[in-house]
Ligand binder design. Structure first.
Ligand code: UDP
Length: 364
């Protein structure tokens, strides 16, 4: 079976790693895969590091479609991926997550009458101000096979007209990566020089438009955080999108430690040993749930409701005055304890490959 795997941005690399490893672990060549990097994230800290640390083989091709507006990037990826598929026809295109590359490549594949499988299908925030929600809706409207992380996602897909035969509840590939790498997490170089102590610092990540696009709101949010963390250091690995908007000089507080985006092993070492994480990321709410680390999400909604109903995550919203009461709850020692959602067990990629082989067999 010929399989084209698409990846474009940081969270994609973390999701494809276990899928590629599961293919390489097959002791025959039943799946002949080709890895296409769209180039959506191109800088070393957002891309190359993940290939090295997570042992992902080099992509077969990089379409170099970085930068531009949402429309420019979608268009560039579509043009380049159409060319790629015409030159390298395949049986199935596998897309993961909810980034621009996911949607753009799904559209191109379908228009060339190629089947599409979507990993992490069916999750919904129902918030169309998020570009990711549009990417999810478009991809799930046209894909042929859906691999899901939760039963809620299954239901969302059914509400959208997908049939039971198309939906495979397999668990969470991001957690496969977490479990596979947990023993190799690496202390960041600054950990000792900043005199960080286990459970005595907070990790902060912010990159969504609702939090970072308006500099005054971003400053207010960060000030509210550092003023209410009981003097604990707040480590802020700054996303390139956020770094474009705010500079270190705009944020003057000795407890705020801005660092470059970290590699996967260092970032998750930091998370695993932290008191709590404050974030607007989706993937991080899943990882903190599995590591049982309190997570405060600065969003009004989530496409991953199980991280709140089962896990350690709480939605704090984007209004900065909500931060203080949430941090008071954290420091009172009464943050909820989470448990691990069904099938988030490190075996998801294996299940995906089994299903793909069955699908392929039925079509032979
Ligand atoms: N991550 C990382 N280094 C960082 C920040 C995040 O390796 O400095 C990882 C994190 O562990 C998670 C993923 O990047 O696996 C989340 O990516 P992001 O927040 O960009 O995307 P989202 O999950 O919101 O789509």
């Amino acid at each position: 079976m010929k399989l084209t795997i698409v990846a474009g941005a940081r969270p994609n690399f973390i999701k494809i790693a276990p899928i590629i490893h599961a293919i390489l672990n097959l002791n025959d060549d039943k799946i002949n895969y080709r890895l296409v990097h769209t180039g959506q994230h191109y800088d070393q800290k957002m891309s190359d590091t993940f290939f090295k640390e997570l042992n992902i083989p080099d992509p077969d091709i990089n379409l170099c479609c970085g930068g531009g507006t949402q429309a420019e990037q979608t268009a560039a990826i579509m043009i380049a991926f159409e060319n790629e598929l015409l030159n390298n026809p395949t049986d199935l295109v596998l897309v993961v997550g909810d980034v621009t590359s996911t949607m753009a490549c799904a559209i191109v594949a379908k228009k060339l009458n190629t089947k599409v499988a979507h990993v992490e299908a069916g999750i919904r925030s129902f918030d169309l101000t998020m570009p990711e929600e549009i990417n999810r809706m478009v991809t799930d409207s046209i894909a042929d096979y859906f691999f899901t992380t939760s039963k809620t996602a299954n239901q969302n897909l059914k509400n959208n007209g997908a049939t039971d035969e198309q939906i495979f509840f397999v668990g969470n590939v991001m957690i496969d990566t977490l479990i596979a790498n947990r023993d190799c997490f690496r202390k960041p170089v600054f950990f000792d020089s900043m005199e960080l102590k286990n459970k005595n610092y907070i990790v902060l990540t912010l990159h969504r438009p609702a939090n970072v696009d308006e500099i005054k709101h971003l400053q207010e949010t960060i000030n509210e955080i550092v003023s209410n963390t009981n003097n604990l250091p707040v480590i802020f690995p700054i996303h390139p999108r956020t770094a474009k908007i705010i500079s270190t000089s705009d944020l003057n507080n000795s407890n705020l430690k801005i660092v470059e985006p970290l590699g996967y092993l260092e970032f998750n070492y930091l998370v695993q040993n932290s008191k709590a994480v404050i974030t607007d990321s989706g993937g991080i709410t899943e990882e903190t749930t599995v590591m049982n680390i309190p997570c405060l999400t600065l969003r009004n909604n989530t496409e991953r409701p199980e991280t709140v109903s089962i896990g350690t995550n709480e939605l704090i919203g984007t209004y900065s005055k909500n931060i203080k009461p949430a941090l008071e709850l954290l420091f009172s020692g009464n943050w909820k304890k989470g448990s691990i959602p069904e099938l988030w067990d490190g075996r998801t990629a294996h299940r995906i490959i089994e299903r793909l082989l069955e699908i392929n067999k039925n079509h032979e």
